[in-house]
Design a protein around this ligand. Structure first.
Ligand code: SF4
Length: 205
């Protein structure tokens, strides 16, 4: 079976998943969007209210900002994959629980393995911690590292940038560096350990 068909199959599994308590409170699961072979994979924390209603990742104001940042670096939404660590919305905007992430994590692992992005971009603190558990977003954002078989480039979450002009300025600065990171030799970037990504992922290095 082709990788795109396998990715579509995983997305269909997510849409009917009952692997954790969130299946009872979601309106729609949000598997993520984007084709196999996307150069960039953006990963947020979990769907918000708009995403829960639509099943579409990063819609609403944060999604509009993401689109604007992509245009700034000459990239269209259709050329990237975008999704979340957790595929269903936690109620009342609470954070994801450990057992929910544990139940859901295999989906993201399989998706990234099939998509094979050149650069994985965690958006915000939670997603950054998922890929680089020992890191603090304020210290590692805008710095490429190799972890779990991927080149990881954390940036602030667009929703945080909507609340702070200082964060927005940092986010724009880090986005402008993405083309240079993509064209660089990934071997020049440091390896960090302790990734929560499974060991059987396709390795780039
Ligand atoms: S959050 Fe993940 S594990 Fe839980 S129901 Fe949704 S898709 Fe399944």
């Amino acid at each position: 079976m082709k990788s795109q068909d396998l990715l579509d199959q995983i997305n269909a599994q997510i849409n009917k998943c009952s692997g954790c308590r969130l299946c009872k409170v979601r309106i729609k699961a949000v598997p993520g969007e984007g084709p196999v072979g996307s150069l960039l994979a953006f990963v947020g924390e979990a769907p918000g209210a708009n995403e829960d209603r639509s099943g579409t990742p990063f819609c609403g104001r944060a999604g509009d900002l993401l689109d604007r940042l992509l245009i700034m670096i000459g990239v269209k939404r259709s050329q990237i994959w975008v999704g979340n660590v957790l595929k269903c919305r936690p109620p009342e905007n609470r954070g994801p629980m450990v057992d929910e992430v544990r139940a859901c994590r295999t989906y993201l692992e399989k998706q990234l393995e099939l998509i094979g992005p050149r650069l994985v971009i965690p958006l915000g603190k939670f997603a950054t911690d998922h890929f680089i558990p020992e890191a603090r977003i304020s210290q590692v954002k805008g710095i490429p590292v190799r972890s779990g078989g991927f080149l990881i480039y954390p940036v602030y979450h667009p929703a945080a940038a909507l609340r702070s002009s200082a964060v927005l300025a940092e986010l724009e600065k880090d986005f402008k560096k993405i083309p240079a990171v993509l064209s660089a030799d990934p071997h020049q970037f440091p390896i960090v350990g302790g990734s929560k990504i499974s060991e059987n992922q396709v390795s780039l290095f």
